[in-house]
Design a protein around this ligand. Structure first.
Ligand code: M6R
Length: 613
């Protein structure tokens, strides 16, 4: 959450910050702000406009200090203190000479604030962040430099942060620090940058570095010095930019919004995730996996940890890993695993799934697993992400940048990547013979064209959306492999249309929620080809007056079963079907949200990358 950027040594500092904020806006858009060094003082502008704060900020940037080459910017997802201009970053100290932006949460802000106020500091916001700038102000009063001041200021701070500071008294440097929240630095020819995400810096520099936990980076024009919080110099971790991540890949490319673009990029995302996985020995090879086959052979349990749509991809993986690799598999909501003393050990393979590779709940769950001695693998879409750096092994989804808050192409790419992992486990454990592995891999290779075909039926989905206009309550039902698809359909609808939508295992409906079904309620049922019992569950809802929409494979007889049918191409092995059956549900959520006039890329209250617990 929150996007931060800092620049020094660039004659167009404000332009770089504005462009960076546009690219980071997906991380939060409750408010936005910028501060520049303006001669011997600071120039600051902030705006808070719900979903278009960066535009507002840019519109309000009057009397820009032209000579400024150093500045910081922020786009906010509010945690402590409402989305108002006073709470917008950058925050300044009492003298107005120091400015600071922050992503994360300062957990002991309340206990730090009281003593600061007693010592005369005047607070201008309700944020947890503002204590940092006043703490820094006190340290700098002792005559130390900005980096040393920040190190000292952070000594008594608990929580998660990436923080960037700027001082009008030291105009050619920006200083940043990180704990648990992503932060990158970059160095160009006479320029230096920091940002939450590489997308903000693409095209600006040629050398990129990951700032690790409890490190402080002092960035000057063309220079970078990294130390620990204790002041020990360290060699910065160099990161290689994924060649698929260029500025163009992060543009709408003629689509109305990123969500449609990304929905239509799904065949490519799936195909790319499968590229180069079939080795010369006619077996599956995952180069980046890094965990040796003998370690994977020793595994006796798999635990998948993730959040949101990534968690739903993990639920699909449970079916594949149990069926193919015959390993008991648990799927855990990441924020729950960490706090309940889970039983993990060297033979438990813990698989994190994360589009961003930065979600703090998942990161902390993986760290917990590593502390328990369990081998960890992360399925990530971001090559240099913290989880990709920390986990023992990686499996990359090659979906390219996903900008829309609602995950689509990364979700299907994650399912495919997890299927690959399940097959590799089966291959190495010998639970599937080479021919069976090859047959499933062929099935995976057919998915891009089937997804493409499903996308070609968008008009049918629009017609159903039109017929459903006005409905406010939805149940999404599925059984077996259709259940996670139903959960994902409900999540997509909730997050972009703001309609009430519950995903449910179809067989459970009669154990309680059926009481909610009445005329006006819409039931969207994913008809898994294996599940005849689904038909009875659908009939039970129909009999109570629900409007029923069925997602059914071509050729499936659905006569009299529902009010509307969304057809999808048939997938030979039902275990691979979620990649295709989820497509009409994404399109339905999109069509309903657009009809309601919602901003599908930037749903209210949400952010793309969630770096708070
Ligand atoms: O980056 P991650 O995959 O770790 O993110 C996890 C969730 O925050 C994410 O999937 C979220 O639920 C999406 N907005 C769903 O569309």
């Amino acid at each position: 959450m929150c996007g931060i950027i800092g620049v020094t040594g660039d004659g167009n500092a404000l332009g770089v910050i504005f462009e960076g904020l546009r690219r980071l806006e997906y991380r939060g858009y409750d408010s936005a702000g910028v501060a520049l060094v303006d001669g011997a003082s600071l120039w600051r502008r902030r705006a808070a406009d719900g979903t278009h704060s960066v535009d507002d900020l840019i519109g309000s940037a009057d009397e820009v200090p032209e000579a400024s080459r150093t500045g910081i910017g922020h786009t906010r997802w509010a945690t402590h203190g409402g989305p108002t201009t006073e709470n917008a970053h950058p925050h300044v100290d009492c003298s107005g000479q120091l400015a600071l932006v922050h992503n994360g949460i300062i957990e002991n802000h309340a206990e730090l604030r009281g003593p600061l106020e007693e010592r005369g500091h005047v607070f201008a916001s309700q944020t947890d962040t503002e204590v940092l700038v006043h703490l820094l102000e006190e340290e700098l009063a002792g005559g130390v430099g900005l980096a040393e001041g920040l190190r000292r200021a952070l000594a008594g701070v608990r929580g998660a942060f990436s923080v960037v500071v700027l001082s009008a008294d030291q105009p050619d440097v920006i200083v940043a620090a990180r704990r648990s929240v992503p932060l990158l630095a970059a160095v160009g020819d006479g320029t230096g940058f920091v940002a939450s995400d590489i997308s903000a810096l693409l095209g600006r520099a040629d050398r990129f570095f990951a700032i690790e936990d409890d490190q402080v980076a002092a960035v000057g024009p063309g220079t970078l010095e990294v130390t620990t919080l204790a002041g020990e110099p360290v060699e910065p971790t160099s990161v290689v930019v994924d060649p698929g991540w260029d500025v163009e890949a992060a543009q709408k490319a003629g689509y109305d919004d990123f969500m449609t673009k990304e929905i239509h990029e799904q065949p490519r995302a799936v195909a790319d995730t499968l590229l180069d996985r079939w080795g010369p020995g006619k077996d599956l090879v995952i180069d980046e996996l890094r965990v040796p086959p003998e370690d994977l052979r020793a595994v006796d349990k798999v635990v998948v940890v993730a959040c949101g749509s990534s968690y739903h991809a993990g639920m699909v993986a449970k079916y594949a890993i149990e069926r193919w690799a015959r390993l008991p598999t648990e799927v855990e909501i990441a924020s729950e695993l960490r706090y309940r003393d889970p039983v993990l050990h060297e033979r438990t393979l813990v698989v994190g799934v994360s589009q961003s590779g930065e979600t703090l709940d998942t990161l902390e769950a993986l760290r917990e697993a590593r502390r328990s001695g369990a081998p960890t693998v992360i399925v990530s879409n971001v090559v240099h992400a913290t989880m990709a750096r920390e986990a023992d092994g990686v499996l990359y989804t090659r979906a390219g940048p996903e900008v829309s808050v609602a995950s689509t192409k990364c979700h299907v790419a994650q399912i495919v990547a997890l299927d690959l992992l399940a097959l590799v486990l089966a291959q190495w454990r010998g639970t599937m013979g080479p021919a069976a592995v090859a047959a499933e891999f062929d099935g995976l290779r057919r998915l891009p064209s089937l997804v493409d075909e499903a996308l070609g039926r968008a008009k049918d989905v629009d017609a159903v959306a039109e017929a459903l206009a006005g409905a406010r309550d939805y149940f999404f039902l599925g059984r077996n492999i259709g259940y996670p698809v139903a959960l994902e359909g409900a999540l997509k609808l909730k997050e972009i249309s703001y309609l009430r939508a519950e995903g449910y295992p179809a067989g459970e409906l009669k154990h309680g929620p059926l009481a909610l079904v009445e005329p006006g309620v819409v039931v969207v049922a994913v008809l898994d080809p294996l599940q005849d019992k689904m038909r009875s569950n659908i009939a039970e809802a129909s009999a109570r007056g629900a409007t029923v929409v069925v997602v059914a494979a071509d050729g499936e007889d659905v006569t009299g079963l529902s009010d509307h049918v969304l057809r999808v191409p048939r997938v030979d092995d039902p275990i691979l079907a979620p990649v295709v059956t989820v497509v009409p549900l994404q399109l339905l959520a999109y069509a309903l949200a657009r009809r309601l006039g919602n901003d599908v890329d930037r749903p209210r209250n949400l952010a793309k990358t969630v770096t708070v617990e």
